[in-house]
Design a protein around this ligand. Structure first.
Ligand code: C2E
Ligand code: MG
Ligand code: MG
Length: 598
């Protein structure tokens, strides 16, 4: 019966090869439908019994194995007492039919189905297997194993699947492929120790159908391919680009620095379309609408929703003509800004802002050389607001102009008050921050001149702090402004130096007196060779250009000493004093004017 069962099985599945396990119990071999295959399969099976991977890897379409009972029992006993040969185990796969046989044998189950994967000579081979106990009239049990080669089916399935997930024109993922891919990415990243955010940027080509209509579908296809290439060229490794519709693309980006990083990526994408695309004899200016959606938190993994949000933003971008960020997020932000802006306007009008003054100390002598004026805002409703938060709102809303003018007047007035209190001119200078937005919108020389005149203060007692961005945005205007300030004897300091992208040539040609070394270089400088090297380079650059240096954010005695040793002229930071109210600052100067505290 046992051999017959195998024989029958082979008939019903003509591609099967049937082998009898356990020589010489292979009596029916000659009766089989495909003796050639049998001979090969049987011989290979028997020879490779301890290593079935080798056997199946080389076998034909399928194999059926009939276990002779006695032989099998011995085999099963052997299995029970042995462990799988090393190197055969593959996680997640039924790697060894003997192990399955043992499990089935132990559990007294009648049958089992599983899949085997082997590395064959021509790559991975997949077999779909079934095991069954076959019982003859005498109650003798034998094991029947059928292994059918599914390799080509699996290959076809995977090719088909790839095709289903890919846009054939650009070879980018399509919408389904995109969502599947980015869901897997987000899942993978969840396991990483450092948390990151993510966002989707949706991009629509505007009036794309016109290209198809006027130049033909081939030209349209070419345009799509070029667009895909251009966008891809400005993305970072790890970003995913997809074509999610006829004229729609989507970008998945990992975001570590919030909205500003996302906007930077979107801007890079937008800029890539500034150059027209050439299609045969035509130069086509491609217009795109961009919409972004930032996942609300790190663990948010609903990529379908995020994609829909980005598409909703793109819809609005088509109307507004500018980049749009998904509304819920934008609304929250806008509402916050709106409240802040209204409260700030009120605070400026009612004179509710105050100034704090932080000493600037000569690092060689310890003498207080001057103060930096820093705006402070304590709102009765929303509480303390940092300048880091309200200066950008002031810049965006235009409130920076009245704020900046107020700051200038307040500084000049404070100096005049201190002089009165001191009884003569106090030998200190006052640094005032000037926003690049005010430089563009206001007549700064006039505002400075009026403030000085009104308070009766000489220009040489005031220093204006500019940021590097002011040099970049409008170099000519900056040159004019600095010339006008120089004419009033007002000195100029370059704030947060080292964080921007100063053009060294313009630095040399502009009348700048002091480079303020950004706090980020000072903060961990002790023991950090790179930071020390940067500070040394800035100090030597300043020296070469005839400028002085002020180190910002000094918090420890060691930093002050190290900076003094590096030749830095002045220092500012919590180690000396926090920004102080006007009277405290005056008293600080009086108390320290004769001491050295470094
Ligand atoms: P900034 O001009 O670079 O001012 C230095 C900032 O560093 C101040 O922050 C100061 O409090 C802080 N700081 C000083 N020493 C230390 C230190 O040892 N450790 C640490 N961690 N921080 C230190 P603040 O007052 O929050 O001001 C932030 C920024 O806001 C300023 O940076 C400036 O760019 C802007 N700002 C402040 N007041 C005005 C203003 O009246 N007009 C304009 N346009 N901008 C202003
Ligand atoms: Mg400053
Ligand atoms: Mg600074």
């Amino acid at each position: 019966m046992t051999a017959r069962a195998g024989y029958q099985a082979s008939r019903s599945a003509p591609d099967s090869v049937v082998a009898a396990l356990g020589a010489p119990a292979c009596p029916d071999a000659g009766c089989l439908t495909r003796p050639g295959d049998l001979a090969e399969g049987c011989a290979a099976l028997l020879a490779a019994l301890p290593y079935p991977a080798a056997l199946l890897g080389d076998a034909g379409e399928s194999i059926a194995v009939l276990g002779a009972n006695e032989e099998f029992r011995r085999f099963a006993d052997e299995l029970e007492s042995s462990t799988p040969p090393p190197g055969e185990a593959r996680p997640g796969r039924s790697f060894d039919w003997r192990v399955r046989a043992r499990a089935m044998f132990a559990a007294r189950r009648a049958s089992d189905r599983f899949e085997l994967e082997f590395a064959g000579r021509l790559g991975a081979r997949v077999f779909s297997c079934a095991m069954t106990w076959v019982e003859d009239a005498g109650g003798e049990k034998t094991l029947l194993l059928t292994a059918t080669d599914r390799t080509s089916e699996r290959k076809a399935e995977s090719t088909l699947r790839k095709e289903l997930l890919t846009d054939s024109l650009t070879s980018l993922p399509n919408r389904v492929g995109f969502v599947e891919q980015i869901e897997a990415l987000v899942e993978e990243r969840k396991a990483l120790p450092q948390k990151t955010g993510h966002a989707i940027i949706a991009l629509d080509l505007i009036r794309f159908s016109r290209i198809n209509e006027s130049l033909g579908a081939m030209a349209g296809d070419e345009l799509i391919i070029t667009v895909a290439r251009r966008v891809k060229s400005v993305l970072r490794a790890g970003d995913v680009l997809a074509r999610i519709g006829g004229n729609e693309f989507a970008i998945f980006a990992q975001i570590n620095h919030g909205l500003s990083e996302l906007l930077q990526i979107a801007d890079r994408v937008r800029k890539t379309f500034e150059t027209p695309i050439r299609l045969s004899n035509y130069l086509i200016s491609v217009e795109v609408a961009l919409g972004c959606a930032l996942a609300p938190d790190d663990d948010d993994d609903d990529m379908e929703t995020l994609l829909r949000q980005a598409q909703a933003a793109v819809k609005r971008a088509k109307k507004s003509g500018t980049l749009e960020v998904y509304r819920a997020h934008v609304l929250r932000e806008a509402l916050k800004r709106f409240t802040l802006e209204n409260r700030l306007r009120e605070a400026i009008e009612q004179g509710a802002l105050t100034m704090a003054f932080q000493p600037l100390v000569d690092l060689q002598t310890g003498a207080v050389k001057g103060f930096e004026a820093l705006a402070r805002w304590e709102d009765p409703v929303i509480g303390h607001v940092s300048p880091v938060d309200f200066i950008p709102v002031a810049e965006e809303s235009g409130l920076i102009v009245p704020l900046g003018r107020w700051a200038m007047c307040e500084c000049a007035q404070t100096l005049a008050d201190w002089d009165r209190r001191y009884g003569e001119l106090m030998p200190v200078t006052m640094n005032v921050n000037l926003s690049p937005v005010q430089m563009v919108r206001d007549n700064v020389p006039r505002a400075v001149e009026e403030a000085l005149r009104y308070a009766g203060i000489d220009g040489n007692r005031v220093s204006i702090e500019l940021t590097e961005s002011a040099l970049i945005s409008d170099p000519d205007k900056t040159r004019q402004l600095l010339g006008a300030l120089q004419a009033m004897d007002v000195t100029v300091a370059m704030d947060d130096f080292g964080t921007g992208f100063s053009n060294l040539a313009s630095l040399q040609s502009l009348p700048i007196d002091v480079l303020k070394i950004d706090r980020s270089f000072v903060v961990d400088m002790i023991g950090d060779e790179d930071k020390v090297a940067i500070i040394r380079a800035i100090v030597s650059l300043a020296g070469a250009l005839g400028m002085e240096t002020t180190a910002e954010g000094i918090e420890t005695r060691e930093q002050a000493a190290a900076l003094a040793q590096l030749g830095c002229t002045y220092g500012q930071g919590y180690h000396f004093a926090r920004p102080l109210p006007p009277l405290d600052a005056y008293r600080y100067w009086v108390a320290r004017s004769s001491e050295t505290i470094i």
